[in-house]
Design a protein around this ligand. Structure first.
Ligand SMILES: CC[C@H](O)CC(=O)C(=O)O
Ligand SMILES: [Mn+2]
Length: 341
């Protein structure tokens, strides 16, 4: 029997949450979480390195376990949920996508910076050819005007994407900005629209509800907020709120609450909360995945991680420029030394 769903949730704890554990997920953890999510009725579960397929590297952090092994293990325990993979062109290759599809991944999300949709053409084309449901994922959506976002989303639609997402990578968008963006995309596109939030300004839930009000039907969440920075819209809370609103997700509330509490919470290094650093991510408009890298650099150079994050925000650094974090830290140390002498 097919479940009636008004909104389709993609659970990203096993991908965005990979940043939280510095990409150290084990097969055992992934199997336990994926099996419980499947039993709870979650329709899509994303699994990849935090920075997408082939993200395991010196630049982004090496994975504990090869993501293809994690994907395969998750697929083997899911009965109804489809496994999704994230791919950032330039990090992941066409071959990585083929390998994931061969293992049985059914959805591909092709992510680009919000102004660079043109680099997704080949990957979207290949995903469609492989028979995968294909999503265009426009990251750092706060950093471009609405007209630019629409132009880029239309490009992804023209390449064959089935869905385009507004991705608030920095958790910087305010509710009225989400409303403008989703409503503009709904007016301009023929395909479904999605929203991926981060909770750095404590707005992930409010922004998600605004997105749904404006017609978004694809929504990301992470159980226990297990995503980069302060995490994403908390899936089990979202399921409860949507249920109260009469919006069907097809997800069993008790089951998702139980797995959040009993399986995911013990995996978290610390409970997800809005710390001063994650708050700065949203305030300064910095990629949530830069959090741990910036904290590491701050410790190494003996400076305040907030200063690094503020400077990265001023420079409008985009994903893939993680090496800038250390450069900025060094410059701040040098500047402080000049001022003191
Ligand atoms: C670096 C990829 C990134 O984590 C993708 C994502 O979830 C986002 O931009 O929020
Ligand atoms: Mn994210």
């Amino acid at each position: 029997m097919t479940m009636k769903r008004d909104v389709f949730i993609t659970e990203v704890a096993l991908r965005d949450g990979s940043h939280v554990v510095s990409h150290q997920f084990t097969v055992d953890q992934v199997v336990q979480v994926a099996k419980a999510l499947d039993e709870a009725g979650v329709p899509y579960i994303e699994i990849s390195h935090g920075d997408g397929l082939a993200g395991s590297s010196l630049q982004y952090g090496f994975s504990h376990t090869n993501e293809l092994e994690l994907i395969e293990a998750a697929i083997s325990v899911c009965n109804q949920a489809k496994i999704s993979v994230l791919l950032l062109p330039g990090i992941g290759t066409m071959n990585d996508l083929k390998e994931a599809a061969n293992l049985g991944a059914k959805m591909a999300r092709i992510a680009t910076h919000v102004t660079e949709a043109d680099v997704s053409a080949q990957h979207i084309g290949l995903a469609k050819k492989l028979g995968m449901e294909t999503v265009g994922f426009l990251m750092m959506a706060h950093s471009a005007p609405v007209e630019k976002l629409v132009e880029q989303a239309k490009l992804m639609e023209s390449y064959g994407a089935d869905v385009v997402y507004v991705v608030d990578s920095a958790g910087a968008l305010l509710p009225h900005e989400v409303r403008e963006r989703i409503s503009a995309l709904k007016n301009a596109l023929q395909i479904e629209v999605g929203f991926h939030g981060h909770n750095n300004l404590s707005l992930a839930m409010a922004n998600t509800l605004v997105a749904i009000e404006e017609g978004a039907t694809r929504i990301d969440g992470s159980v226990r907020c297990m995503g980069a920075g302060a995490g994403n819209t908390q899936t089990e809370v979202l399921v409860a709120v949507l249920d109260r609103l009469g919006i069907q997700t097809g997800i069993d509330l008790y089951k998702i609450m139980d797995l959040a509490e009993e399986i995911v919470a013990p995996i978290l290094p610390a409970p997800q909360e809005i710390t001063r650093d994650s708050l700065i991510l949203g305030y300064a408009g910095v990629y949530s995945s830069f959090l741990l890298h910036s904290q590491k650099a701050a410790k190494k150079f003996g400076i305040d991680s907030r200063d690094i994050l503020i400077e990265l925000g001023k420079r409008k650094v985009v994903g893939g420029q993680e090496d800038m974090i250390v450069d900025v830290a060094k410059e701040l140390v040098k500047k402080a030394a000049t001022v003191n002498n």
